[in-house]
Design a protein around this ligand. Structure first.
Ligand code: GAL
Length: 429
């Protein structure tokens, strides 16, 4: 199927889903209001997912004002948001996630949504980890849209067959598969070279090479001994080795372009969170069949997560009804199904059945639940789930420099990581 036909099919699917979401009676015009939502879902597939939210709000009689910042990972979006709030003109809502939720709540600029959450029994339908992330001092200040798994390895099935390789479970097997793909004349690994992508890949390598306790010590506690340990050295060596299987023109490449390489078979493998599925679907590829999914090498027992959510800002009284409808809509069961089918993630609500989802999503939910029991649900540093951006920015820089500068040795990088951890503000320790 061509990309255009696939987009067409996706659009038809969206319209059908939308029809199912429309409420039987439109609410009175008195409740109608404008919602302006800042987000960074700008790629073709992501836009399909946001269209679900827009449609749900419009069906409730509200108008949607898009405040989209095309910037995967959302760094620029945060800067724009900051300046809007500082100038006393916040949007109705913004795509804010992870520990940034707490940071925004502390400024006193958010509008709490505990009333909506308790009326709709959010505590009963969300996993504890998700509801805790949405709360400030025990009260909801954010609404979750989904759970993304970060530690995924995607493999183009046709390329794998051509190379005669098998799906790798360990790093040794990964490099064996990469060799075979190279021998078949294809770039083994598609790589997006932006700093949040470097960090995302690096943390997945660290989990697989050093294990869960190492990841917790080095990345969550920012423990200097762990950052300077043999496990870190091995992580850096493995990350450098990975580079030798990329096409070397990856600096600055975004995740959409990297996913496109995998989709069209210009590369065999890709390490990326499951938002990549939105682009696979848009290109007419079936995740789980045309593009295989498996946990990144050595991370079968782990689920590293990235939870998307929206926070609501304190806005004028005439905008409050629309704002609360937005919070309700985000947590609606039908909405969570439609949104996540398009987005590639799994619904945050546990009571949304996955029968219409692909095998990768079903595996994600199963692994999420197993990991929750085992204590191996790991917050992704690259996605702001563990530390505020300013705390880890120096570490991100080291990882990016190490990727881009082949002269930097793993030992030098380790010394810099240890120093970078020392730069973090005392309050964050
Ligand atoms: C992540 C976000 C995902 C996805 C991805 C690429 O940070 O949580 O929803 O959009 O960036 O834009």
């Amino acid at each position: 199927m061509s990309a255009m036909t696939a987009m067409g099919a996706l659009a038809v699917r969206s319209v059908l889903l939308l029809a199912a979401l429309l409420p039987p009676v439109l609410p009175s015009a008195a409740r109608a209001g404008e919602v302006e939502v800042l987000h960074f879902w700008a790629s073709g597939g992501e836009a399909q997912a946001v269209a679900q939210l827009k449609a749900t709000l419009r069906a409730n009689g509200h108008t949607w004002k898009d405040f989209a910042i095309a910037d995967g990972g959302g760094g620029l979006a945060v800067v724009m948001l900051d300046s809007r709030v500082r100038s006393g003109n916040p949007p109705t809502a913004a795509q804010i996630k992870g520990v940034a939720i707490q940071e925004w709540a502390r400024t006193g600029k958010l509008s709490g949504i505990e009333d909506v959450a308790s009326a709709e029994r959010w505590n009963a339908v969300l996993p504890r980890l998700v509801s805790d992330t949405m709360k400030y001092r025990g009260h909801y200040v954010a609404a979750p849209l989904n759970v993304h798994r970060v530690n995924w390895l995607w493999i183009n099935a046709a390329v794998l067959r051509k190379a005669g390789a098998k799906v790798p479970a360990t790093w040794d097997e990964f490099f064996a598969a990469a060799e075979a793909i190279r021998r078949a004349g294809i770039t083994p690994v598609a790589y997006g070279g932006q700093s949040w992508l470097d960090m995302g890949t690096f943390e997945s390598v660290a989990i697989g090479v050093g294990g869960v306790d190492f990841y917790k010590k080095a990345f969550l506690e920012l423990d200097r001994a762990a950052l300077g340990s043999p496990a870190m050295e091995k992580t850096l060596q493995t990350y450098r080795r990975l580079k030798s299987y990329t096409d070397q023109r990856n600096m600055g490449r975004d995740w959409v372009a990297a996913t496109a390489m995998l989709n069209r078979g210009a590369a065999g493998m890709l390490i990326m969170g499951d938002w990549a599925k939105a682009e696979m679907l848009a290109a007419g590829k079936r995740p789980g069949t045309d593009i295989l999914c498996t946990p990144t090498p050595g991370s079968r027992e782990v689920f590293s997560f990235d939870i998307d959510s929206i926070v609501l800002f304190d806005v004028a009284a005439d905008k409050k009804a629309a704002q609360r409808d937005l919070a309700r809509a985000v947590m609606g069961r039908d909405f969570q199904q439609a949104f996540n089918l398009a987005k590639g993630s799994i619904p945050a609500r546990l009571d949304v059945p996955l029968d219409r989802f692909d095998a990768c999503a079903r595996r994600a939910r199963q692994d999420f639940q197993h990991s929750a029991r085992r204590g191996t649900l790991l917050p992704s540093v690259a996605h702001g789930m563990a530390h505020p951006a300013h705390t880890v920015a120096p570490l991100w820089d080291v990882v990016q420099q190490f990727w881009n500068q082949d002269r930097m040795t793993p030992r030098e990088a380790m010394a810099r990581l240890v120093a970078a951890a020392g730069q973090k503000p005392a309050a964050a320790r």
